[in-house]
Design a binder for this molecule. Sequence first.
Ligand code: PCG
Length: 136
Amino acid sequence: MSQRTLVLLKPDAVRRGLIGEIIGRIEAKAGWSVAALELRRLDGATLEQHYGEHKGKPFYEPLVAFMSSGPVVALVVEGERVIDGVRRLAGPTDPIEAAPGSIRGDYGTIVRENLIHASDSEESAVRELKLFFPEL
Ligand code: PCG
């Protein structure tokens, strides 16, 4: 089943020059493609909506500060079972728990600076795509 998902390359990935490496892993999957891509700074209103489910948690404020600390790359990726697929490529939230071979497992050590966001369900994908790419 072909799907679309929202991917964000977080400010750590951009700062460390890993944009090409991460997008390359996504593009290498058979039949997946980048449908939209933009380097942008996220404003407070966008972050508040995007991370609404985490509001009030102890990591929320530092998370928003980190996500505002530099540009991100926002992408729409489409293809066969891409929602679960990109999550598997990314690996679990904590990069130390993530297996080598996954993006977080290969490049990350810090929970907050875990390189990549990917929508976690069809419902989240629809909501997040509307927030980041309302014109699509
Ligand atoms: P992601 O993409 O799962 O979205 C929420 C982000 O909050 C998560 O990645 C981490 O980057 C960040 N974060 C920082 N601390 C924590 C934590 O203790 N738990 C969780 N779930 N996320 C955290």
